[in-house]
Ligand binder design. Structure first.
Ligand SMILES: Nc1ncnc2c1ncn2[C@@H]1O[C@H](COP(=O)(O)OP(=O)(O)OP(=O)(O)O)[C@@H](O)[C@H]1O
Ligand SMILES: [Mg+2]
Length: 222
């Protein structure tokens, strides 16, 4: 099923002579259930593309159809709701709150979504089990390894049961062994039906994906 469709999407910064295209005429269709790597040099537009897909960033031209709906027509409130229920975000440096326990970190998106305490507990316990973090529930991020922190960040991205996981260099801060454990987690999520899109500089990560999207100077190649 067609999940994401970008038609001639561009993102420009600046005006006239100073105009710079971070993305230029991107056409791409992503179906549900895909496991995709986005690769390309630094500054080529990978994060911009991922953030536009996740509705965290805006585009300046073109059309974005998400689940058959034209995103350009939605107001901020609707977009925020979409974002919460459709996407789970994972970033390179985890973005965990150090003053919160693992449990409380994972709870954050559920609180935003106004989920009851009882349901929050069930969902959190479920993702803790899935990511083998049950014994870390009351620990704080500073007491965990990098790989464990990244798994907490993935648990937090998953807890709202999103359809689409967007990960911006999720293994970038990890050694290769820990990175491959994290990659296994993404592959498992994909097997369970999630659409997963991962930005990576790592060939080995890209090789494990079903499809590779390459960007150079804001344009898709290959
Ligand atoms: N707010 C901004 N104003 C102007 N230019 C910007 C802005 N944000 C990003 N850019 C430019 O857009 C281009 C694409 O940036 P983007 O962050 O998408 O690259 P990237 O492929 O993710 O790079 P990296 O691998 O280093 O993370 C870069 O050249 C960057 O300098
Ligand atoms: Mg980037």
């Amino acid at each position: 099923m067609e999940l994401i469709k970008l038609n001639n999407v561009s993102k420009a910064y600046g005006e006239k002579d100073n105009k710079f295209y971070a993305l230029k005429d991107i056409n791409v269709t992503i179906n549900s259930g895909e496991l995709i790597a986005i690769i390309g040099p630094s500054g080529s537009g990978k994060s911009t593309l991922l953030n536009i897909i996740g509705t965290l960033d805006t585009y300046t031209n073109g059309e974005y159809i998400l689940k058959k709906e034209n995103i350009g027509g939605l107001n901020d409130r609707k977009l925020a709701k979409y974002r919460n229920s459709t996407f789970g975000f994972v970033v390179q440096h985890f973005a965990l709150i150090n003053e919160y326990s693992v449990y409380k970190n994972i709870e954050v998106p559920l609180k935003y979504a106004n989920i009851s305490k009882k349901t929050r507990k069930e969902r959190i316990n479920y993702v803790l089990r899935t990511l083998e973090l049950e014994d870390k529930s009351s620990k704080f991020p500073t007491q965990l390894s990098g790989g464990q922190c990244q798994r907490v960040a993935i648990a937090r991205a998953l807890v709202n049961n999103p359809d689409i996981i967007l990960a911006d260099e999720p293994t970038g801060a990890l050694d290769s062994k820990t990175g491959s454990v994290v990659m296994d987690t993404f592959r498992n999520m994909n097997k369970e039906g999630k659409t997963v899109i991962i930005i990576t500089h790592d060939e080995r990560i890209a090789k494990q994906c079903n499809r590779v999207i390459k960007i150079i100077d804001g344009q898709l190649v290959g």
